[in-house]
Design a protein around this ligand. Structure first.
Ligand code: SF4
Length: 122
């Protein structure tokens, strides 16, 4: 079976044409580099994505802090992880890289802060 994809690894967004049989990638055309073929192989067998979101902050000069995952997770974990992220709040001060949720839902990925929020009294 032939199927078309767009590589999401870099801004060049190469149009990939894949030949797939029994869930395995037989060949790929259109990739501008080796990373495109590697991404497509994993996209077909174990698709993963990362998440950016925000978490509420208690006692800070801002009410939310931006967060992201430290590693891509299986696509079917995106909504459960978003639900976990919505449940938590952090106490100010928050620094970039602070772990908000360690090993979220046993995926091996942490939720970390990507900005800082000073405490109200600082
Ligand atoms: S195939 Fe390579 S050059 Fe093309 S979008 Fe993917 S990473 Fe970028």
């Amino acid at each position: 079976m032939r199927k078309n994809y767009t590589c999401i690894i870099c801004p060049r967004s190469c149009a990939l044409e894949a030949e797939i049989e029994d869930g395995k990638l037989l060949s790929v055309k259109g990739n501008g580099c080796r990373r495109g073929a590697e991404w497509l192989s994993s996209e077909i067998t174990d698709p993963r994505r990362t998440i950016s979101s925000s978490v509420s902050v208690r006692g800070g000069v801002r009410e939310i802090v931006s967060v992201r995952l430290t590693a891509p997770v299986p696509c079917d974990m995106i909504f459960p992880i978003m639900a976990e992220i919505r449940k938590v709040s952090v106490k100010a001060p928050v620094a970039i890289g602070d772990v908000v949720i360690h090993d979220v839902l046993s995926t091996g990925s942490d939720v970390i802060a990507t900005s800082c929020v000073l405490a109200n009294d600082e």
